[in-house]
Design a protein around this ligand. Structure first.
Ligand code: BES
Ligand code: ZN
Length: 646
């Protein structure tokens, strides 16, 4: 087996080698948010504070939005590319029925210029910076305060913001800005109550340089106007991590009546071709688990510097251009982000410890959407590849590591520490196990009802397990003994009753690989009908060591070094580095100079760092390209390449 460190985004090796900080969060009396399970933050939707028994603390926000009702955000901002600054005012509509003397919002490296309550100046104080969390903004309010207006500006190193020079975009003509708010970075561009359990509606007025278009996770314009001023509405309450903004030379092309794609002009046609399956995806997803509730579903294909694969910003998925492979072979990523319109955006994890409720359900739903369009042979390949990355990830984290539990303990840690394959793959396999145990028909009815009943609400792990028991398992011990819920949710590793797809189509790949390893020439292998997934499986399961001859012959026949498919290229580059196949170095250099997706950068840099030669190469590349990467990618690569402590 190939020894491949699977790192979804963060280098867990480096996390474990650099001790996790032991800085204790100061005890902020009255400002630790309690999320009542099964409820939105009291009042945003139906005005009824929850009195349910199970409460769960969100340790990653310092806001007191549990005692001051935060209903609506009115954002009025100007985007300045010269100073690389967003400045303006965030107006919060509140209801202070509990007569609190202050409203506490989250901030991270924000400068607060002044604050008014209902148009009159008020006093405020920024607390000490707390590691990972930033500074709490304490604002004096009165019992009858209705609106709090925070005048502020961002700093040039805001964690959520990525400012690109024209040179760093695809078309190289205009600058570009995009945000990435999940998990807790919204607070670095908007002072806000920043926890997944706190929802608010928003509207925005955004001023950008003429020629550029602004888009948000809201109702969006489809073309540039002469004023450079754009207005947005998101009337459905959403958590702060779904606040999003993109500004650039962007054009729109419809895909269907309620779907479309945005991209830089030079990427638009290719993107529209690649994303044509989106219409079927939306239709099929709706058939599976209930109607799509957000109005339009559009996708923006961002410049290559986007640090992740995709982000489920409501109404406007943000996507990496690395999925534009020319053959629609990587569109499952869009199925994934679309699936979040149910799991995550409709029903949200109450805290980051419950992250698996977001990503596990989404991964499961993604594969059901893919199965509904491309059939089960196809989706089985996705399941099997997922299983393999999970296995690698569990091995790297440690079979007994608490970080392999579905329910996490992220106390005093960055929520992004939970961003491994566990919530995704172990989470979705757990759901698949339930599906297989009770039967698909029953499980689908259950899921549809789950999404319907929890729409626009948050949910904790315990509340979900309760709901599962009441509505599906009904305490039936023959079912619960088969599933072993506790082993999955509160136990480590991959439980022995884990379902395994195997992937019918992969048997032929194993045969071909074995032939090759037994000495057959690559020209004789029956690879003609292979899709990207078969190639990934072929490469992923190569032995750790290949001879130089083997590397040459594979590359000669299959042109891996020059692959236009980023998934295949990335995997090949890791194999090449491991086997000292220097022919790939020029392409690796080129790849690292353009691609900003952490999932691709980290394995390559990590593999390079394993040898002295490689480490020198990695450092010289990183020196050249660090500025091209997103602040979040820089943070993890600083650890991998520069050995920086967390
Ligand atoms: N919501 C996530 C991305 C995310 C999670 C960003 C947590 C920051 C913190 C998104 O839906 C996602 O999972 N993206 C994956 C796509 C994949 C699993 C198909 C990615 O970016 O690789
Ligand atoms: Zn996701």
């Amino acid at each position: 087996m190939l020894v491949f460190i699977n790192l979804r985004y963060i280098s867990f090796k480096s996390i474990m080698f650099n001790k996790v900080s032991s800085v204790l969060l100061p005890c902020l009396a009255g400002s630790v948010l309690f999320i009542a399970c099964n409820s939105v933050n009291p009042g945003t939707l139906n005005g009824t504070p929850s009195n349910e028994k199970a409460v769960s603390k969100d340790i990653h926000t310092q806001s007191n939005a549990d005692s001051v009702l935060v209903k609506h955000l009115g954002l009025n901002i100007k985007v300045n590319f010269d100073t690389r600054r967003i400045s303006g005012v965030a107006t919060w509509d509140i209801d202070n029925t509990m007569h609190q003397s202050e409203l506490v919002l989250d901030t991270y490296d924000l400068t607060i210029d002044s604050i008014k309550n209902d148009n009159t100046a008020t006093t405020f104080k920024l607390g000490e910076k707390v590691q990972h969390l930033g500074k709490a903004l304490h604002i004096a309010i009165a019992a009858n305060t209705k609106q709090v207006q925070v005048y502020y500006h961002t700093c040039d190193s805001s964690r959520a913001l990525r400012w690109l020079t024209p040179q760093q975009t695809h078309d190289k003509k205009y600058p570009f800005l995009f945000t990435q708010s999940e998990s807790i970075y919204a607070r670095s561009w908007v002072p806000c109550p920043d926890g997944p359990g706190i929802r608010f509606s928003y509207d925005a007025r955004v001023e950008v340089p003429k020629d550029l278009l602004a888009l948000m996770s809201a109702t969006n314009p489809q073309q540039t106007n002469d004023s450079g001023i754009y207005h947005f509405q998101m009337e459905i309450p959403v958590p702060a991590y779904l606040l999003a903004l993109a500004v650039g030379k962007i054009e729109f092309k419809p895909l269907g009546e309620k779907t479309g794609v945005y991209a830089e002009p030079g990427m638009l046609a290719k993107s529209a071709y690649e994303l044509a399956p989106v219409n079927d995806m939306v239709a099929n997803a709706g058939k599976l688990y209930g109607e799509y509730k957000w109005g339009r579903y559009d996708v923006i294909v961002l410049p290559p510097a986007f640090p992740i694969g995709g982000m489920e910003n409501p109404r406007l998925t943000f996507a990496t251009p690395t999925i534009i492979a020319g053959d629609r072979s990587l569109v499952s990523l869009i199925a994934h982000e679309l699936a979040h319109s149910w799991s995550g955006n409709l029903v949200t994890n109450a805290t980051w410890n419950d992250f698996w409720l977001n990503e596990g359900f989404t991964n499961y739903f993604e594969r059901r959407i893919m199965e509904s369009i491309y059939g089960s042979d196809y989706s089985d390949m996705l399941w099997e590849l997922g299983y393999q990355t999970l296995k690698d990830n569990v091995r790297d984290l440690g079979e007994k590591s608490p970080d392999t539990h579905l329910f996490l303990n992220l106390k005093d840690r960055d929520p992004d520490d939970g961003l491994t394959d566990i919530p995704y793959e172990k989470g979705s396999l757990f759901l698949q196990l339930i599906e297989k145990t009770v039967g698909r028909e029953k499980f689908d009815v259950f899921l549809k009802q789950y999404f319907e009943e929890h729409s626009f609400k948050t949910i904790t792990t315990t509340a979900f397990l309760d709901y599962l028991d009441k509505n599906l398992l009904h305490g039936d011990t023959s079912l619960t003994n088969k599933i072993r819920i506790n082993d999955w949710v509160y136990g480590p590793g991959i439980p022995t009753n884990c379902p395994r797809a195997g992937g019918k189509l992969f048997a032929a790949v194993d045969t071909a690989r074995n032939h090759f390893l037994a000495g057959a020439a690559p020209t004789t292998l029956a690879t003609q009908k292979w899709s990207t997934h078969e190639w990934l499986y072929f490469l992923h399961n190569m032995p750790a060591k290949l001879t130089v001859d083997q590397m040459y012959s594979l590359d000669k026949q299959f042109s891996f070094t020059n692959s236009g498919n980023c998934e295949i290229a990335d995997l090949w580059y890791v194999v090449a580095i491991r086997n000292g196949y220097k022919v790939a170095n020029t392409k690796i250099d080129e790849f690292l100079s353009t691609v900003g997706r952490r999932k691709f950068l980290e394995p390559i840099y990590s593999e390079l760092m394993k040898s002295t030669d490689g480490a020198a190469f990695a450092k010289s590349l990183y020196n050249k390209y660090r500025d091209n990467y997103h602040p979040l990618a820089q943070e993890s690569l600083d650890r991998i390449v520069m050995g920086k402590a967390k």
